[in-house]
Write a protein of this length. Structure first.
Length: 223
């Protein structure tokens, strides 16, 4: 009954606009919460770690919401939800940019050489760096003008978001020394979202010669 009711409800352009306004409002509310906690000691005895975890989890949560749109759109036949992906994707990068900025400024005092050496020495930072670069590339190519210029290559590039979805919770899990329940929950959530795309991922990995190296690369593009 619920599924039928949702399917009968259509997301008009006006409703999509309202949802986008709500996304902006909630995101700005969390930015305000970040600023308030930073200025008023809301992050406890170790505010640097508090800021880093806050921004990192905000980025991961937004990434999960972004990747949740397609399964929901397919399940409830609400294609309009796809129009929210770009906005949520940009907010994802906004948060991970703040996450890296907080680590670079507060932990490393803007020492770029030290950042490079830390990434090399610490595997969880290397994993996070790979995910960050992927999200950077996706943010830079998110405008429709970039999509038109890249053509079929645009979809191939944006398929790498699945690797970011896999690496991001691993980065989180590996970075904490205690309290593994929450990062484990994030891991299973991300694995579930990847499982929902198992057919598409299998096709993509096959075309990349990862699952079947002997198979010739098809010239047909699959979205």
């Amino acid at each position: 009954m619920l599924t039928r009711n949702v399917q009968s409800y259509r997301l008009t352009p006006t409703r999509i606009l309202i949802i986008k306004v709500v996304i902006h409002a909630i995101s700005l509310l969390f930015v305000a919460l970040l600023v308030y906690n930073t200025l008023n000691g809301g992050f406890g005895a170790d505010p640097i770690k508090g800021i880093e975890h806050f921004t990192g989890k905000a980025g991961l949560n937004t990434l999960i919401l972004t990747l949740l749109l397609s399964p929901l759109a397919k399940r409830y036949k609400q294609g309009g939800l796809i129009r929210l992906r770009r906005l949520l994707g940009l907010y994802t990068f906004f948060w991970v940019a703040l996450h890296l900025g907080a680590y670079l400024a507060l932990d490393l005092n803007f020492d770029w050489a030290l950042l490079g050496s830390e990434i090399v020495k610490r595997p969880y930072l290397a994993i996070g760096a790979v995910s960050w670069i992927i999200l950077l590339l996706l943010a830079l190519t998110s405008p429709k003008s970039a999509q038109r210029r890249l053509g079929k290559s645009w979809q191939k590039l944006h398929n790498w978001v699945y690797l970011a979805l896999l690496l991001s919770p691993i980065h989180y899990y590996w970075s904490v020394k205690s309290g593994l329940v929450e990062p484990t929950f994030y891991l299973f959530t991300c694995f579930f979202l990847l499982y929902c795309r198992k057919q598409k991922l299998t096709t993509w990995l096959t075309k990349k010669n990862i699952l079947s190296p002997a198979r010739p690369i098809s010239k047909t593009s699959h979205r």
